[in-house]
Design a binder for this molecule. Structure first.
Ligand code: AMP
Ligand code: GLY
Length: 429
């Protein structure tokens, strides 16, 4: 089979790594890819939102399967675009329809969806410029802290947790009146703050059947002890100790089943990943958000724990035969630590030479923001540069391998967190 992966991050390098292990994969293309994906397949200089160019490429190269990494093309309707073109109808595409992608594209839509199917989530109300006064009054009578969320996609920045009513009111006005997050904050979801431990559960569904993939916990803040600015993710760990037995059964019964059944009932074509952000509140799962794709860097710990052939699973997802597909998960733990450019998530330099990647033997190096220079030297090309995945018989072992891997690699102003997984180790003790 010829397979095209859309995207350019660590997630897409991890997809390339796992897909290229399958003997079903003939040609592997990644658009646009990075220096890491270039060693596993052919990078194609194509924008993930340029559907016309993607369609022409798929036809020219007889691509059989398209795996969509990031949310943008899904929210923009790449799946519908493929379905509408006679020549592309036979091409398998892993990713939901435009309507299904609204689970991530609009927080208000996802809240309404959860409420319709009684899926546990924080109580909320949605406001626009038209009912701003009502929103301000709602804040006044709401216990603290208060969570305000831009309705639309805001590159992970659209959530504000306000500790005072004044801050919440000012933020609401900035979002609705001053377009703090552009069009994304023309609607704002105000919700109850959930206290607990976060984790993410990943589901692969063909619209009827589903497989629950390994769960993960990620580390969003730039600083150790989860301090400082939000990032795309500084590391991830799988498994999460409490995500088994009773807890995971509750997630399956109260969240996964009604989500898949609800999508089907509404006639929404959903063949792809559902990334469920959860809060464990005293053993009870609550949904914080849905994403309609895999996470980055979560993919870098989830895929290494899947023993089955990923191409089998993805093909079955596109064909609606997931129930007939073998699926097994490794008992091993996987951890990933993200190495970033100094200054990230603020401004940072690009094009800095990276050394030591070839010396890493105890871990897998997934590239995110990298490119090859004129003499094929490895250079930084983004905020998040590399994700170093270790595996082991325990989370502690896996972390040791991640950090031993990191010790080989250096570049000017490189930064990573040294405390990834430490909270998980405490839970195990
Ligand atoms: P989201 O973009 O919805 O994932 O929100 C970003 C982050 O904000 C989440 O990963 C949580 O850490 C936090 N968050 C969002 N909603 C809530 C909530 N209702 N209660 C507590 N924390 C939240
Ligand atoms: N790591 C969070 C995300 O991919 O959305």
């Amino acid at each position: 089979m010829n397979i095209l992966i859309l995207g350019s991050g660590g997630r897409e390098h991890a997809f390339s790594w796992k897909i290229s292990q399958s003997n079903q994969c003939d040609q592997l293309y990644i658009a646009p890819g990075n220096a890491g994906t270039a060693s596993l397949g052919q990078n194609i200089d194509m924008n993930v939102n340029d559907f016309e160019a993607i369609a022409a490429f798929v036809i020219e190269k007889s691509v059989d399967l398209v795996v969509v990494g990031p949310e943008d093309p899904l929210v923009n309707g790449i799946s519908d675009y493929f379905k509408a073109d006679e020549r592309l109808k036979k091409v398998g595409l892993v990713g939901p329809s435009k309507e299904g992608a609204q689970l991530e594209g609009s927080k208000d839509y996802s809240k309404q969806f959860m409420n319709r199917y009684e899926i546990p989530t924080a109580k909320s109300q949605t406001f626009t410029k038209e009912n701003l006064e009502e929103g301000l009054n709602y804040i006044t009578s709401h216990p603290l802290p208060i969570v305000l969320k831009a309705d639309g996609l805001a590159a992970g920045k659209g959530v504000i947790i306000a500790e005072t009513h004044d801050h919440a009111r000012t933020t609401l006005k900035e979002m609705l009146l001053d377009a703090k997050f552009g069009e994304a904050s023309s609607r704002v979801v105000i919700e109850q703050f959930l206290e607990g431990i976060e984790l993410s559960v990943f589901v692969l569904t063909d619209g009827d059947n589903y497989k629950i993939l390994p769960e993960a916990k990620d580390y969003k803040r730039i600083g150790e002890d989860d301090k400082g600015l939000n990032t795309g993710g500084m590391g991830a760990v799988s498994p999460v100790p409490f995500a088994k037995g009773d807890f995971i059964s509750k997630v399956e019964e109260r969240v996964v089943k009604p989500t898949v059944a609800g999508l089907k009932k509404e006639g929404i074509d959903y063949k792809g990943f559902i990334f469920i952000g959860l809060m464990n509140m005293n053993g009870e799962p609550y949904v914080i958000e849905y994403n309609v794709r895999m996470g980055d860097p979560e993919t870098q710990v989830v895929l290494p724990r899947i023993d089955s052939d990923l191409v089998d699973l993805l093909t079955a997802t596109a064909n609606g035969t997931l129930d007939k597909t073998e699926f097994s998960v490794s008992d091993q733990a996987a951890t990933t630590v993200v190495m970033v450019s100094g200054g990230y998530p603020g401004s940072y330099d690009k094009g800095i030479a990276i050394s030591g990647v070839d010396s890493v033997s105890e871990a897998t190096v997934f590239h995110a923001g990298t490119k090859l220079g004129e003499n094929a030297e490895l250079l930084t090309n983004g905020g998040r540069v590399l994700a170093i995945t270790g595996r082991g018989n325990s989370v502690a072992n896996a972390l040791e391998n991640s950090y031993n891997g990191i010790a080989n690699i250096t570049w000017k102003d490189e930064y990573h967190r040294n405390d990834i997984g430490q909270d998980i180790l405490k839970l195990i003790d």
